[in-house]
Design a protein around this ligand. Structure first.
Ligand SMILES: [Zn+2]
Length: 236
């Protein structure tokens, strides 16, 4: 254990002044580094720590399985555009469609999954539930992923992993996601760097569908609620 704590603190120190080293492409899912093209589409440090955690969880009969890790800008853009067009076809106004999408999905270029530090996890030992695999009910009570959730509650932080979208009623932005963990020693620094990007200009330049409705007021609100109203343990 002592050895591990040393490793984590080294990573933290090394990244302590690295904020300026993350490029805009790194932070918005526009770069696809070679090391993402492996089984774990995560940054090397994140992957190494995840593998340690995976081994430890196995001892308790929990098979950590990554449901989602790195996601590119283009991937998130496909999700966004599909939902946007469907909601408009259903008769929603663009503003309502956008509000509906951002209950669970991010605007492309703003997803933490772009960073190679965040994972959605399920328990590979359990039979996958029908319908929405990532549904809160599976992680509670007698849900199929309740054992995983309990293990993660007790142990994940030892490996640097924390929930981002916690079950806190006063929290705004994205709803509770008991499956979404971040490797905070690195993502904390990436968030700091991310906040320096002029994201509205970035999205308009990219002509994202619906971005003409991203007013200053909307973007300020989105950053405040969806990007920053997260678990206090994972931000500065
Ligand atoms: Zn996620």
């Amino acid at each position: 254990m002592e050895v591990f704590i040393l490793v984590v603190s080294l990573v933290f120190t090394m990244n302590g002044d690295k904020g300026k080293l993350f490029s805009v492409d790194d932070l918005t899912g526009k770069s696809t580094p070679l090391f993402y093209k492996k089984r774990y589409e995560l940054q090397d440090e994140v992957k190494a720590s995840f593998i340690l955690m995976e081994k430890e969880a196995l001892k308790s009969g929990v098979q950590l399985e990554i449901f989602s890790d790195y996601r590119s800008y283009e991937h998130q853009k496909r999700i966004w555009t599909r939902k946007y067009n469907r909601f408009l076809k259903d008769g929603m106004t663009p503003q309502d469609a956008i509000s509906k999408i951002i209950e669970y999905s991010t605007i492309p270029g703003t997803s933490r999954h772009h960073w190679g530090t965040d994972v959605d996890v399920i328990d590979g030992n359990m039979e996958r539930p029908k319908g929405d695999v990532l549904n809160e009910i599976h992680f509670e009570g007698k849900g199929v992923y309740s054992k995983l959730k309990k293990w993660m509650d007790e142990r994940a932080s030892e490996f640097g992993f924390c929930l981002v979208y916690t079950d806190d009623e006063s929290r705004k932005g994205f709803k509770y996601e008991p499956w979404h963990y971040t490797y905070e020693p690195i993502s904390r620094e990436m968030l700091k760097a991310y906040l320096k990007i002029d994201i509205r200009t970035f999205l308009k330049k990219d002509r994202l569908t619906g971005s003409e409705y991203f007013t200053d007021a909307f973007m300020n609100q989105y950053v405040k609620n969806n990007i920053l109203d997260i678990n206090p343990d994972v931000k500065n």
